[in-house]
Write a protein that binds this ligand. Structure first.
Ligand code: GYE
Length: 325
């Protein structure tokens, strides 16, 4: 009897032990492709939407994403790229804060056999083999659209003179250089326009505010007819200052901006901004499609520009297609 009880107990113990034992955890599946992504910062709503787009698209593609945010420092981006090379990622994607100074680190990536995709901004280099592909806006075309809008507006208002102040994005970055060049080329030779100042706002809302205060101090409300700024964050900073000073944005001073974030498009609908040139931050799917092609040995095009439009106070702003990101 005793033996029987002992047997029964050991059986129960066995059942308890093995019945309750957890199944061995399956080994975490490693993604087949790992992308090293160096984001330049978090300076604007555009940038935040761009980061989200990259994260979402990499997840959907089933790729691993190693992301480093450089907080607006080129050295940090260079460090991040070096760490991706050491980790032997499959592809490096990065958004270069400025155009120059990348050749050394990109040569290191090239030697390691890791293809590089430039996302959002370009670099200046004599050696185009340092990057496989660029995906991002045509910033020159954006600047031109801004200038063409102003010509149309001046025609509609019938004015013979307008003083323009320009607030620029990050010095030596592609969008800063090309949005300026496109705009200036569009209005060149039209004697109605005088650019009274070009100031640096670094794509930041807080700097947009500072620039507006500085411009108002120097030229007064009546000395400025138009403010063209290279992104919405800076424009929204300007708008806040104008309202604080009792100046009507969109009427007393015309505002022209680039990006198309929701707050700016809403301000356009409310008559406080006159023209919003679109620049999409949703570059993730196109960047991941390039990663896919590169890792499966397919040829990729050197440059891809997304389709972009412009919203202005000449448009029917109740149209549902007029919306920000
Ligand atoms: O316009 C601005 C951001 O490089 C296109 O950077 C991007 C620009 C964008 O900070 O808002």
């Amino acid at each position: 009897m005793r033996r029987k009880i002992c047997l029964l107990l050991s059986l129960l113990l066995c059942l308890l032990l093995f019945g309750c034992a957890k199944e061995p955890a399956p080994e975490a599946k490693q993604p087949s492709v790992v992308v090293g992504f160096s984001q330049l910062g978090a300076e604007s709503s555009w940038r935040i939407a761009n980061t989200e787009s990259m994260e979402k698209a990499s997840k959907e593609a089933g790729f691993g994403l190693m992301m480093e945010n450089a907080n607006q420092k080129q050295e940090k981006q260079i460090d991040a790229i070096r760490s991706f090379i050491a980790y032997q990622v499959d592809v490096i994607v990065f958004s270069p804060i400025v155009e120059n100074g990348w050749d050394n680190v990109l040569n290191e990536a090239k030697k390691a056999g890791i293809p590089v995709i430039l996302m959002d901004r370009m670099i200046e280099t004599p050696d185009e083999s340092l990057y496989a592909s660029y995906v991002g806006a045509d910033f020159y075309a954006e600047g031109k659209k801004a200038g063409e809008y102003l010509i149309r507006k001046a025609d509609a208002l019938g004015v013979d003179h307008l003083n323009i102040a320009e607030i620029c994005g990050t010095k030596d970055s592609t969008p800063m250089r090309d949005r300026k060049a496109g705009f200036m080329d569009a209005i060149a030779g039209d004697s109605r326009f005088t650019v009274i100042a070009s100031v640096d706002g670094d794509f930041l809302r807080s700097k947009g505010e500072e620039c507006a205060l500085d411009l108002l101090n120097r030229f007064g409300k009546d000395g400025i007819d138009v403010i063209y700024s290279h992104n919405d964050s800076m424009t929204l900073g300007v708008l806040d200052i104008l309202e604080q000073k009792g100046i009507q944005p969109g009427k007393d001073i015309l505002l022209i901006t680039v990006d198309g974030e929701k707050e700016a498009v809403d301000a356009l609908k409310n008559g406080k901004i006159n023209c919003v040139v679109q620049c999409t931050p949703k570059l993730g799917p196109a960047a991941m499609a390039l990663v896919k092609s590169l890792t499966s040995g397919q040829k990729v095009s050197k440059v891809t520009h997304p389709e972009e439009g412009v919203f202005t106070d000449f448009d029917d702003l109740t149209d549902p297609s007029v919306e920000g990101f």
